[in-house]
Design a protein around this ligand. Structure first.
Ligand SMILES: NC(=O)c1ccc[n+]([C@@H]2O[C@H](COP(=O)([O-])OP(=O)(O)OC[C@H]3O[C@@H](n4cnc5c(N)ncnc54)[C@H](OP(=O)(O)O)[C@@H]3O)[C@@H](O)[C@H]2O)c1
Length: 301
């Protein structure tokens, strides 16, 4: 596999890129310089919001890049996943989370490249205990609505050659060290407790297994909708405690707080837990236990 990765600087995109370095050639789209309207040059990622508009300069640049580099699939890990930011600016959310994926999928159709598009269990309202691929979405937030629109757009453009991978509570090695694992670790280093919701459920998902699973689904040509997530469902507070245990730190560093007391502007589903059965049987890759994955994180920066 030689994937063209959009969002290769992010948590999931970068894990796919690291994996690609091991056994596929990888193209990091963020490395392509492009010319802005004022004649200056900067990295393509800064232009991706205009990429959502037809006939933009980035479309031309990406087309030329694909023709030259000949990738054999696309992974779209770009998103505006700032849930409260999306609530305040739904138009921007739709542009990045729905219109941009549509344009990327059109690029896939034009060059006959299958696509993996990342999505989220925030497309659900959280009223059910565990969600499968056949459950009907009902997003509560502008983020969830924009991500659902992105799924629909990709499936409309590439109905037979797209993989929509819904995930939740992703953690692991990351360049910017902004995911929840690092937030908890910083609480330990600084001694400042972290407020963590005790009523929001999900599956902690190790990014290395997630990335390997996405590549494997592509390799096996298993197209369609998949929940790609860890096996264990728990509250975010319990997840924080598991991380603290793995670091031999005390639980007081995580403060259990009800969602209503966090003052988050956007509603979150209380239950965003997913079943990964369809993924495991289609892909042949299984997630390890959270404890084992946390041990793997110990040696990492
Ligand atoms: N992480 C999770 O727990 C989680 C849970 C459920 C679903 N997901 C889904 O998984 C996907 C990837 O998530 P992630 O956690 O890897 O996200 P992330 O770490 O925030 O990375 C997002 C990527 O998108 C790029 N990006 C954002 N806005 C952009 C713009 N306007 N133009 C160009 N590039 C832009 C970022 O580039 P820069 O770094 O250069 O800004 C970065 O490469 C998303 O679809 C998200 O909805 C993630």
């Amino acid at each position: 596999m030689k994937p063209l990765i959009f969002g290769a600087s992010g948590l999931i995109g970068n894990a796919c890129a690291r994996l690609g370095d091991e056994y596929c050639g990888t193209i990091n789209i963020t490395d392509i310089p492009c010319i802005d309207n004022h004649g200056g040059s900067h990295l393509l990622r800064m232009e991706l919001s205009t990429f959502a508009m037809a006939h933009s300069q980035p479309i031309k640049q990406i087309s030329e890049f694909i023709e030259k580099q000949q990738p054999d699939c696309i992974i779209n890990a770009v998103a505006w996943s700032h849930v409260d930011g999306c609530e305040a600016n739904p138009e921007k959310a739709l542009l990045i989370n729905a219109e941009l994926p549509r344009q990327i999928a059109m690029m896939g159709r034009r060059f006959s490249l299958p696509i993996v598009h990342l999505s989220t269990s925030y497309v659900f309202d959280g009223e059910k205990e565990v969600y499968t691929e056949s459950d009907s979405p009902n997003p509560l937030s502008e983020y969830g609505k924009s991500k659902l629109s992105g799924e629909t757009a990709v499936m409309e453009v590439l109905p037979d050659h797209s993989i929509i991978a819904r995930t939740i509570f992703v953690f692991g090695e990351e360049i910017l060290k902004k995911n929840f694992y690092y937030q908890v670790r910083r609480a330990v280093t600084s001694g400042t407790p972290l407020n963590v919701p005790c009523d929001q459920w999900g599956n902690p998902t190790y990014v290395e297994t997630l990335a390997a699973g996405l590549i494997e689904l592509l390799r096996k040509k298993r197209y369609g909708l998949f929940n790609v997530c860890g096996n264990e469902s728990m509250t975010k507070y319990r997840w924080a405690c598991e991380i603290l245990d793995s670091l031999n730190a005390g639980h007081p560093l995580a403060m259990s707080v009800k969602s209503k007391d966090l003052g988050q502007p956007a509603p979150r589903p209380f239950n965003a837990s997913l079943s990964n059965e369809k993924f495991s049987s289609a892909c042949g890759i299984s997630f390890d236990s959270l404890n084992n994955d946390l041990v793997k994180m110990l040696g990492k920066n």
